[in-house]
Design a protein around this ligand. Structure first.
Ligand code: AMP
Ligand code: MN
Ligand code: MN
Ligand code: MN
Length: 284
């Protein structure tokens, strides 16, 4: 293990809400110096075999990955799974169930948007969808940018797609215990994704970390494309307090939308245990 490894363990392809194929992502990651890569599509592992092959073709090590949508204390939380068996039946069934209901939710979003004068959003979003089981808010955001309703995707989320806004539809995702179990029983490691992005009180955040750990969760993203430098410091301390290993990932979605490119992140603080040091036997 080199002391410093360029690991990027969080990004999205057309199999969920990214705009690049697994092969395009692998080439981009390698060109940016990534040595250990994981593709972590939302609620879906259909791209894993392609990603493993593409990683090898580009000289990278690979960990299998996914990012599971979970409802915890009334909020959506994302749990990254790494290093699991991509052919595990319980994992596949759990993710299949988690994807269910996205289409109905999308139709309801479109109905609400129509009420504020934005028509054809369901069909419009579908044009951007690579995987019909995985229509997401991101695809709606691309449609609203394309049609000039908003300037960029953050503006769409701010004005339309977040709680209290006209295109937001409440949704019940997987529960925390199940998501952690699917990953763990398939031989993988569960990791709390971008913890600073949730609207939790300090108490609810503490409960999330405590319950996650009790269910067998073992890691937390400290350095991610969606954390500030101050948030690296805060979650490095949380990792130590809870005895969690630390992960690093860009959460790259698209060359046009993502401000952090694959592999272009600060190193993990040196006093943390990187998740990959606990999973060298899971490298592909
Ligand atoms: P969904 O799983 O359909 O609820 O969509 C969630 C996805 O929307 C996330 O994975 C991000 O890719 C994207 N997203 C969420 N919030 C924002 C935001 N404020 N700005 C841009 N993209 C966002
Ligand atoms: Mn996403
Ligand atoms: Mn996420
Ligand atoms: Mn993500």
């Amino acid at each position: 293990m080199p002391a410093i490894l360029n690991a990027d363990l969080h990004c999205h392809s057309v199999v969920s809400d990214g705009t690049l194929t697994p092969e395009e992502l692998a080439a981009r990651a390698a060109a940016n110096g990534v040595e250990l890569w994981a593709l972590t599509d939302h609620d879906e592992i259909g791209g894993q075999h392609r990603a493993i092959e593409a990683a090898h073709a580009n000289g990278m090590n690979y960990l299998t990955g996914t990012e599971i949508s979970v409802t915890f204390a009334g909020e959506t939380v994302h749990i990254v799974g790494l290093g699991f068996d991509a052919d595990d039946p319980l994992m596949q069934q759990g993710l299949y169930d988690t994807r269910g209901g996205r289409d109905r939710r999308a139709m309801e979003m479109a109905e609400q948007l129509a009420k504020v004068g934005i028509h054809g959003a369901y069909e419009g979003a579908l044009k951007y969808v690579g995987n019909p089981e995985l229509i997401s808010r991101t695809h709606f955001a691309r449609f609203l940018v394309e049609t000039g309703v908003c300037r960029d995707t953050p503006e769409v989320f701010r004005k339309y797609l977040t709680e209290g806004k006209p295109g937001y539809v409440e949704h019940r995702w997987a529960n925390l215990r199940d998501a952690v179990n699917w990953i763990t029983q398939a031989g993988g490691m569960a990791v709390i994704a971008h913890p600073a992005r949730y609207n939790f009180s300090a108490n609810a955040e503490y409960a999330l970390f405590t319950e996650f750990k009790a269910h067998g969760g073992r890691g937390v993203e400290v350095v991610t494309g969606s954390h500030t430098a101050q948030e690296y410091v805060k979650y490095a301390a949380m990792a130590k307090e809870f005895g969690l290993a630390a992960s690093r990932g860009s959460d790259f979605h698209s060359p046009d939308e993502s401000h952090t490119d694959l592999g272009k992140l600060p190193w993990l603080p040196g006093d943390l245990t990187p998740v990959w040091e606990l999973m060298t036997d899971r490298f592909r």
